[in-house]
Design a protein around this ligand. Structure first.
Ligand code: NDP
Length: 494
């Protein structure tokens, strides 16, 4: 944990009870700068360990996390209010990602030979991916282990040191993660946490010693972070919000689709960036699907099946979206009366106009808009008609149709006959399009996101009469190359 130069503090609260869970230091600009400087030194040491030793340390960290699963989950439960089982599930997924990143870093990032091509016949060409140095990670509160670890584990496996600024709502979880990492890597502060409010994150994003910022949070904050990064031309990976659509085709297994839609929309009280917020159902199966969904949703209870709304201010957003949707559409289950702070029971509204806030803006609550469509083409058109583009779901028994639909959705990820399944598969990249951000975490792309490609070309032997990068080159040398290019590429193909 970094030391703060100024000892201002803030409390993290249990959103279900309002009880103080912990008190944390507000790291000011000087404290953040000190952490980045320490991290720069740690990064040199960590990079110097090489892939094999880093893999060993990271797998040990995965073991430490696994052995402390209960403790980590309990901290998450207290800071977010989510059920302990959900807190355990997100920790399990974070462990799986850490293991994958550790095991695959060398294969993805290590040096490999590439073909130099005919024009470079006397050359050897290699590419490798080198660490960036210090990676700043700014995380949200909704999955305070799984989400930041999607950047942290991959950045560490790529050979970087990390300075992590957790959300002010979940600082204790961040502090605990760094403490546990120090059990596996104690020599240098390779993974530090700086707690604080928005300004602490802004100081991290604006520090010239940071090689990249991995931001997860709202689109509005991402723009502010990007402006701070612009000062030093610091690159950014931005994982922002979503308005994910769920398409039910006419041949879908309706019971499975209803089950998945409900979990995707209401688990974690709907506070999931890839949560289901809109469902488009093909007319033939609309009534039957809605019946299945409503029956299941009516049996769910906030405070029992899922936790409270973690951020009190979000209740106003949910109230505004539900109020408008109910006024302009048809409430099938619940309504504004479902909002009983800090809990929100499931709400289902149908026939909601596509320009309403509940269809266009991120609700981040257990609210499901179900709209009827004539066919899947209309479903795709409507699904693609928001500024966001994070995840999506398609339910259809026809594999070809489902895959074709998945491709047409303007999102970074689409799950077929399952919901949010892509997030738990470490080899798949995760990230958005448009307002949902850019860049990728997870998988090989997630490892490369935290490294810079390094190209090396080596002349193996001089090629007589073909040294083009010399003032001693003759017109005949160039002529020979032009003849070769004409032979290789000169033929038109119509
Ligand atoms: P915010 O955008 O409010 O905050 C995200 C992080 O940024 C927090 O750590 C916050 O600190 C910090 N921050 C706030 N202001 C600044 C600033 N000016 N400069 C630098 N950092 C700053 O998001 P939430 O925490 O409310 O998270 C919810 C959002 O995250 C939703 O939109 C959700 O969809 C998205 N999300 C996206 C995911 C993805 O992978 N695409 C995954 C999970 C969530 P503080 O908390 O102290 O204000």
């Amino acid at each position: 944990m970094a030391t703060a130069t100024e000892r201002r503090t803030f409390d993290s609260l249990d959103p279900a009870t309002g009880e103080v869970v912990g008190t944390h230091v507000i790291h000011d600009e000087a404290a953040v700068a000190a952490a980045v400087e320490r991290a720069a030194q740690a990064a040199r040491w960590w990079a110097g360990l090489g892939f094999a030793e880093r893999k060993r340390r990271l797998l040990d960290f995965a073991a430490v996390l696994t052995r402390n699963l209960g403790r980590v989950a309990e901290t998450v439960r207290r800071e977010t209010g989510k059920p302990i089982e959900d807190a355990k599930l997100e920790t399990v997924l974070a462990i799986a990602h850490t293991g994958w990143a550790a095991r695959n870093a060398r294969a993805v990032l290590g040096p490999r030979r590439v073909s130099p091509g005919l024009l470079g016949v006397n050359m050897a060409a290699t590419v490798e991916y080198q660490p960036l140095g210090v990676v700043g990670v700014i995380g949200p509160w909704n999955y305070p282990v799984f989400t930041p670890m999607g950047s942290i584990a991959y950045a560490l496996a790529a050979g970087n040191a990390v300075v992590f600024k957790p959300s002010e709502l979940t600082p204790g979880t961040g502090v605990l993660l760094a403490e546990l990492f120090a059990e596996s890597v104690s020599e240098y502060p390779v993974f530090q946490v700086v707690t604080g409010l928005g300004e602490t994150g802004a100081a991290l994003a604006g520090h010239p010693g940071v090689g990249k910022i991995a931001f997860t949070g709202s689109t509005a904050t991402a723009k502010r972070v990007m402006a701070a990064c612009a000062r030093n031309l610091t690159p950014l990976v931005a994982e922002c919000g979503g308005k994910d659509a769920f398409i039910v085709d006419r041949d879908a297994d309706l019971a499975a689709a209803a089950d998945a839609a409900l979990w995707g929309a209401c688990s974690n009280a709907g506070q999931t960036c890839v949560g289901v917020e809109r469902v488009y159902v093909v007319a033939e199966v609309y009534e039957a699907f809605l019946r299945e969904l409503t029956e299941r949703a009516a049996a769910l209870r906030a405070g029992k099946d899922y936790g409270p709304i973690t951020m009190p201010g979000q209740l106003d957003v949910i109230r505004r979206h539900v109020g408008d949707a109910v006024a302009r559409g048809t409430a099938v289950l619940g309504g504004t009366e479902s909002i009983r702070p800090p809990y929100v029971d499931p709400v289902i509204v149908t026939d909601v106009p596509e320009d309403s806030p509940a269809v266009q803006e991120e609700t981040f609550g257990p609210v499901i808009v179900v709209n009827r469509v004539a066919d899947v083409d209309e479903a795709v058109r409507r699904a693609n008609a928001t500024a966001y583009g994070l995840g999506a779901t398609v339910f259809s028994r026809n594999r070809r149709r489902a895959t074709a639909l998945a491709r047409r959705l303007r999102t970074g990820m689409t799950a077929i006959n399952s919901v949010i399944s892509f997030a738990g598969i470490p080899s798949l990249p995760f990230g958005g399009v448009g307002g949902s951000g850019f860049g990728r975490i997870h998988g090989a792309d997630g490892l490369r996101e935290f490294a810079r490609p390094k190209a090396i070309s080596r002349q193996r032997f001089p090629l007589p009469g073909a040294n083009l990068t010399s003032f001693r080159r003759s017109p005949a040398d160039l002529e020979r190359v032009i003849r070769l290019v004409t032979f290789l590429y000169g033929r038109r193909r119509r």
